[in-house]
Each structure stands twice: as structure tokens, then as C-alpha cells.
Design a protein around this ligand. Sequence first.
Ligand code: SF4
Length: 353
Amino acid sequence: MKKINLKDLSLAEMENLTKECGEKPFRACQVFEWIFQKDICNIHEMTNLPLKLRDSLNKIAFLSHLTIANKRISKDGTIKYLFELEDGKRIESVLIPGRKRLTLCISSQVGCKLNCSFCLTGKGGFVRNLKHSEIIDQILSVRREIKSSQQAHNSEAGDITNVVLMGMGEPLDNYENVIKSIKTMVSPYGLKIPARRITLSTSGLIPEITRLGDENLKIKLAVSLNASDNETRDKIMPVNRRYPLERLMKTLKDYPLPHGSRITIEYVMIKGINDTLEDASRLSIILRGLKCKINLIPFNNFEGSNLEAPLYNNVEEFQQLLISKHYTAIVRKSKGADICAACGQLRTGSRVK
Ligand code: SF4
């Protein structure tokens, strides 16, 4: 019989399993704490569980472990982690230090189906969805790594404060596993990350955005927009042919935002494609009535791409026009460009979407 990976179970599934082993449901919370808070490697380390339960679990289950295959550190402190999965496929996560936060950008798929022209991940096509365990293990592995390097240097750099689902893959295209993972992240028995510190970024899958709103998870939503008209968006984001801008805007305006929250509009600026003042003006019109802030991200070049970064002046004028229309518009300087960890530059992943 194939053993179950305990890290693939939701709390409800864990309760069923402990019940099947003849134990009360509260044991599931204890198992969850051992796995996701104490980050144990071995079922027998769960010392507050009856030996009988540990033995039963050991017979039918195991705990996966995601090892860091490579790590690169940028001049600006950004760290890119490369993970090898059990089937040999590779994914990346990026740790981005800020003044008061430590943000981990994680992947949700190996590859991506959506083929956005400014993104390296899209170029490689889709391989497979990540499992719940593989999504959560990115956070656990990086946490473990931070802790051990702090111990080695006797320093206190702190823990991961924010998680963004903006790495390789479209999170809403792996809906079930991503939602289950977010529930584990926010669970008081799981990773205990406040929902407001988790951001899910999507290219605009309309039915799944609506479904996400119905989940009432209170996480933040970011949308990779990158164009203000269908013609341009069709060219750089083929998903727009399925879900055109006017439908996407209506969905976003109807989205039940948590109190005080705004949708982040990601706009990758590409020279000669979407970086003119006309683009900025159209953008200000289509966003009217949407509670949002806009992140302007100058395109990061990668090998084999025929797109170019915008001129500095164009970015500034674009931003000023949006500000003059009373939008919050921030130019995001991509971190980690020297180690190919900046937006759109991940070898096996993208942080743009
Ligand atoms: S930007 Fe996101 S949705 Fe588009 S190809 Fe890259 S990973 Fe996929």
C-alpha cells in the first residue's frame, strides 16, 4: 500500500485519519502543530501523541522533506532558492528582505500554461501542478534555512513575515491545492501566517477569481494587468482572449475585498508596447471605481526575449499621470536582478504574475 504524505492533508482530512486510527479529532490539531509549527522530520518525534497512534501513523504515512538544491544571494540581499522535487522537477522561491518585512515568493506549478510574453516561465510550457505539501514545504524549508543561518551567525534577522504566490505558475490554475495551502498557512494549528500578509497574484482567471472571493479567506489579491486595451493584452497575455478586459474589470469591481484592502494592479512596462501616456490615460479610465493601487514594474530582460525595458522618463511620466488622476502608483524596482531573481527573470519561474 502506498503511504500517505501527512503534509498533503488538510486539517479536516487529518481529523478523518486520526479517527480511522481510533483517536479523537483533537489529535489532528496536535499532528498539524508538530508538522507545520515544529517542523519535525519523523512521525515518532510527536511525543505528546500516544505511542499506539504514532505506530499506526508510521505504518500508513510519512513526512516529505523539500531540500534546497541551490541558493544564490543577490547584492541587494534577495535570495533565490532552487528546490528539486521528488520527481526531479525543479521550482524556485525568492526571499526578498524589506525594511520591516521578509517576503517569500513561492511557486504553485512547475511551468505555466498561460504563456505571457514577458515571462520566462511561460516560455517553458506547463509541466504539472504542485501538491499541497510542495507549496507548504517551500515555506518550511526556507524558514528552516533562515533559522540555521541565524544560529550559525548568532544573528536575529527574524522570520518570514509575508508570503506571495507570485512565483512559477498561475495559482488559480491549481485552485484546489493552492486554496488548501492557504488554509494551512493561516490555520492556528498550521503556519499561523495572518491572512492579510498573504498575497495571491493572478493573470485574471475570471471564474476562479469569483470562486476565490466566495472563499472569504481575507488574503490580498494582485492582478497582473499589463495593458489597458484588449488588442495589446491579447498580444502579451493570451489569457485575455478568453477573459477580456471589460469582463475582468467587472469581476474585480464585484470582488468582495476585506475591509480596508485594495487590489494590487501589477503593470509590467515594456518599451513600445504599453508604456506611453495614452496607455497610462486609458489605464486610469478602466480602473475607475476599483479600489486599487498600481505597481509599475519596468520589464526585466531575459535571454531570448525580444522585448525591451522602458525608458526611465517614460516610467516616470506614466507614474505621474496616474498620480495626477489620484491613483497610488508605485514604481517597483525589481530586486535580485544580478542573480536572475527579479520579476520575470526566474529561470524556472516568474515573479511577475
Ligand atoms: S506571468 Fe504568470 S501566468 Fe503569465 S506565463 Fe508567467 S507564470 Fe504564467
